[in-house]
Design a binder for this molecule. Structure first.
Ligand code: GDP
Length: 342
């Protein structure tokens, strides 16, 4: 593999696939960051380069535990991840945190804003934090997070946390790319599931009641008992794993080892049953299917005339002169007729 030489045909900040792979396998964070930027790029040439890169590093992926963490804004996600992350690096783990920000999709602003999140963890040499904007007109939420996970694994990170805000669609995307899905909840915030839909509870492999300190501790313990009880009424999961409900205080650094123990127990349990690998295979199939959709959509959006047609059909959907079903069928037909005839 060569040194990071530039390839004249690419945009001038691009390296060759070999140079990216070489840097990543040497655990070079700057190259890793640049490779993630490449994978997130909408340019077709970048996409092809990123694909070539992923192919090269594939044999070095898959060895991490991938943890999804979700919860409503204010539940304490960033504080929890910082405390949990510090615990993990203290026990010798190398941690990558990929924070998905779905709000940027609509508002173009970031919920992460200017607030410096996890700044202590950010300074930890065994941690790597990467915010991922979900600002995407094309794919689903942060459709490149899967590639980013693989790149981080090849760069030697053995725990990958994917953080998302508990607002719906992004949970499902994240659930489909992680091994363990952790839901953070507040204690004493009312009996209803705090606007968290039952579906999200059902996706969780573990629940943590946050901020179990001071006056809140009693309420947190009560919530722990209530949620553990509620989980009994949920259908059993495919893995046979029974989700656990724990309590934690990120500011007092309590409960972190218990949470890690739960994740580790889950891994042991599901590996013994073959579920761990089975779930990853299923996720790859799902990735394949959603990639087909995204590639088709990207091809359509790259054509000016098709994009215009799309806008026209969208107006027809708005004024109800076309159903979404027939509008999309028409667009796909337009796409096929736009292809060169052989
Ligand atoms: P996010 O929006 O889910 O990322 O939540 P943050 O981590 O930004 O936390 C929201 C608020 O809750 C902040 O004011 C934190 O200081 C506070 N908070 C977070 N974790 C704890 C905790 O363990 N105990 C207490 N008492 N407050 C906390």
């Amino acid at each position: 593999m060569g040194s990071p030489t530039r390839k004249p045909t690419q945009s001038n900040s691009r390296l060759t696939a070999d140079a990216y792979a070489d840097g990543i396998l040497k655990h070079d964070r700057i190259i890793l960051s640049r490779a993630i930027t490449l994978a997130e790029s909408r340019l077709k040439s970048d996409q092809l380069l990123a694909e070539a890169l992923i192919q090269k590093i594939l044999a070095h992926t898959g060895k991490s535990i991938r943890i999804g963490i979700t919860g409503i804004p204010g539940v304490g996600k960033s504080t929890f991840i910082e405390a949990f992350g510090k615990h993990l690096t203290a026990i010798g783990k190398k941690l990558a945190v990929l924070a998905i920000d779905p709000s940027s999709q609509r508002t173009k602003g970031s919920i992460l804003g200017d607030k410096t999140r996890m700044d202590e963890l950010a300074r930890d040499e065994n941690a790597f934090i990467r915010p991922t904007s979900a600002a995407s007109a094309l794919g689903g939420v942060a459709d490149k997070t899967r590639e980013t996970i693989l790149l981080c694994e090849a760069a030697g990170f053995d725990v990958i946390i994917v953080e998302t805000v508990g607002v719906g669609q992004s949970e499902i995307s994240v659930r489909n790319m992680v091994d363990f899905f952790l839901l953070l909840l507040l204690g004493g915030a009312g009996d209803e599931l705090q606007g968290i839909k039952k579906g999200i509870m059902e996706m969780a492999d573990g629940v943590v009641i946050t901020k179990a300190d001071g006056d809140n501790k009693k309420r947190a313990k009560q919530a722990q008992a209530d949620y553990q009880h509620a989980l009994h009424f949920f259908p059993p999961s495919d893995s046979g794993w029974i989700p656990k409900v724990l309590i934690s205080s990120a500011i007092e650094h309590r409960g972190m080892n218990e949470v890690w123990q739960m994740v580790d127990d889950f891994k042991t349990f599901t590996k013994a049953k073959g579920f761990f690998e089975h779930q990853r295979t299923e996720q790859n199939i799902e990735w394949f299917h959603s990639s087909i959709e995204q590639l088709l959509k990207r091809e359509i959006m790259q054509s000016d005339s098709l994009r215009k047609k799309m806008e026209t059909y969208e107006r027809s959907v708005v004024n109800k002169s076309m159903t979404p079903g027939s509008a999309s069928r028409k667009l796909v037909e337009d796409f096929f007729s736009s292809l060169p005839k052989h």
